[in-house]
Design a protein around this ligand. Structure first.
Ligand code: SF4
Length: 362
């Protein structure tokens, strides 16, 4: 059986073979969850779950052809393209998120890659959000080394760029850029000292072997991503992947467990697709080592039924939002109680953001 990092002193591994990952996938379900749970509680308090949020600062109209994404201009999904938001509007949203308890604010734009002329505008947003005392995160598509440097200099802490799937399945989903392009962007981000957020999507019609390939590739990156979002495909009418056979929910839980075992110190995040998961499935994911959930723009709304359902689930499971460190003090993030935040009807944007996983979420 493969060796797992089950002690804080165990070195993180970056040399997982496909056979080892395959063997983990093939374990009996209770044994796999036991191993993942052991690794999880070695490195984290299993009662704590991080809550993440995101603002779409530029929605739709993307020239790429990611087969799952409603923001690709070529698919008829009803998403209207918007221009890049004004800095003041973004800062206002960041203030709302902070008032709701958020410690990190992620900004997403539906671009293949930012144009050089976009960078100063995004850099200004980053600097102002950072000045609020929030950690900053962005997901803008592919970056050059110079762009990564400029964003880092503006105060960007995290960059999200997903691998999406295994190298050998990638061509079934995306044709307008290469797997290597994604690895290159992640390299540029690491080279300037930013933290990475990188995961993938399952349920796109791939086989278990390809889920193993995605997990192996993520774990064997030069540094484990700080956050590993695992998305379950949200099928959007009008995209090529609409109508794909549904993934067995237990296979999704297995994927979460293996992400936890392979990347013991990373935040393993339930992201797109969570809204359609039952409470029981989410609970199994937490048992398997998931310790972060993605909220889309829900933190910027009030009386959101989904938020209330999450709060009830946390209460039923005895979970709590992960405390955050703010200005040297540990404070409790009452992220689930956002009732004093100004009501905004962001449902449409939120829905698109949650389904367009690669660039604009997580
Ligand atoms: S996932 Fe990102 S790059 Fe792909 S089509 Fe959607 S917005 Fe564009």
């Amino acid at each position: 059986m493969p060796a797992v990092s089950d002690s804080p002193a165990s070195p993180l591994r970056h040399d997982w073979s496909r056979e080892e990952v395959r063997a983990l996938f093939d374990l009996p379900f209770p044994e796999l969850l036991h191993r993942a749970g052991t690794v999880h509680r070695t490195h984290f308090d299993p009662a704590q779950v991080q809550v993440s949020t995101l603002l779409s600062i530029k929605t739709g109209g993307c020239p790429e052809d990611c087969g799952y994404c409603p923001q690709a201009a070529r698919y008829h999904t009803g998403v209207d393209a918007t221009k890049l938001m004004a800095t003041e509007a973004v800062v206002e949203k960041a203030k709302q998120a902070k008032a709701a308890g958020a410690s990190r604010f992620c900004m997403g734009a539906a671009w293949r890659s930012p144009k050089d002329r976009d960078i100063p505008k995004v850099a200004a947003m980053i600097a102002e959000v950072k000045a609020l005392g929030l950690e900053t995160c962005a997901t803008l598509g592919m970056l050059s080394g110079e762009q990564a440097r400029a964003l880092k200099d503006a105060g960007l802490d995290y960059y999200n760029h997903n691998l999406d799937t295994a190298p050998e399945f990638y061509g079934e989903v995306i044709h307008t850029r290469e797997y290597q392009d994604r690895l290159d962007t992640l390299g540029h981000v690491r080279d300037v000292g930013m933290k990475t957020c990188c995961g993938g999507i399952v349920g796109m019609g791939e086989q278990r072997e390809q889920r193993a390939g995605l997990m192996q590739t993520l774990a064997n990156l030069p540094a484990h991503p700080d956050s590993v979002p695992i998305n379950r495909l949200v099928q959007v009418e009008g995209t090529p992947l609409a109508g794909t056979a549904q993934l067995d929910p237990f296979e999704f839980v297995r994927t979460i467990a293996i992400a936890r075992i392979l990347m013991p110190k990373s935040m393993v995040r339930l992201s797109a697709g969570r809204e359609t998961m039952s409470d029981e499935l989410q609970a199994l994911c937490f048992l398997a080592g998931a310790n972060s959930i993605f909220y889309g723009e829900k933190l910027l709304t009030t009386g959101n039924p989904d938020t209330e359902r999450d709060m009830a689930l946390f209460n039923r499971l005895g979970l709590m939002p992960m405390p955050v460190v703010e200005q040297g003090e540990t404070v409790h993030a009452d992220i689930l109680e956002t009732t004093d935040v100004a009501a905004r009807d962001t449902h449409a944007v939120s829905s698109h953001a949650v389904t367009s996983i690669s660039c604009t979420v997580v």
